[in-house]
Design a protein around this ligand. Structure first.
Ligand SMILES: [Zn+2]
Length: 215
């Protein structure tokens, strides 16, 4: 089978949003310590604790080079507010990534493999974005990151997570409601509890928000 035919990298919005209640009731919201409350993300991000653990394991697997992969899950419209949200259920580490100390690129092979894995193992999940590390560099989007994001993940519901494994910091880069993608402004997320309401997030640049009101 020609697997290259499976490559379909978000260049058209065929998204069918399911309606669902946003699971704020079993989540803990994390936001950057210094956050401009006027800046609103285009989509609310929910990250399962299982996905968080897998991200941290992969992010810590190489502390000298950038590593990364893809975020997969589902996208919904909140049936109470009508606003979009995504639930990141799993991550697919990029196995054939050409990487170095300050760059990362997804090779054709790794993209083919990722799309095959999504189709074969997670047929009900879709590609929600990507993640990568910035060892000792901080949490930001480089110009290359922006180029990659805008070309491969152009939809407002697709996000890019940057992790700094040394200082245990991270943030989501994503389009704002006005369509702008700010390479210096990142957002937090909602930690989706697995069973017990006990947080496992340890990223130090984020703080928990108590008693979040659904907007
Ligand atoms: Zn980067």
């Amino acid at each position: 089978m020609d697997r290259t035919s499976r490559i379909r990298i978000g260049t058209h919005d065929d998204m069918k949003f399911r309606h669902h209640r946003a699971p704020y009731y079993r989540a803990l919201q994390w936001k950057p310590v210094e956050m401009d409350e006027l800046i609103k993300p285009a989509v609310q991000v929910f990250l399962t604790q299982q996905a968080f653990i897998r991200i941290c394991a992969h992010a810590g697997s190489d502390l000298h080079n950038e590593v990364g992969g893809w975020l997969a899950g589902k996208a919904y419209l909140d049936n109470q507010t009508g606003k979009p949200f995504i639930v990141i259920n799993t991550v697919l580490p990029a196995e054939f990534t050409e990487h170095g100390s300050a760059f990362l690129t997804f090779t054709q092979d790794s993209q083919v493999r990722m799309h095959a894995t999504l189709t074969d193992d997670y047929p009900d999940l879709r590609l929600l974005g990507w993640f990568h590390t910035h060892p000792k560099m901080g949490v930001f989007f480089s110009e290359w990151d922006r180029w990659l994001h805008e070309n491969f993940f152009p939809e407002p519901w697709q996000v890019g997570l940057v992790i700094e494994p040394y200082s245990a910091a991270a943030g989501f880069f994503q389009k704002q409601v006005n369509g702008k993608l700010d390479t210096r402004c990142y957002f937090g997320f909602n930690e989706l509890y697995h069973r017990r309401r006990r947080s496992i997030v340890h990223w130090r640049n984020l703080v928990p928000v108590e008693n979040i009101q659904e907007e």
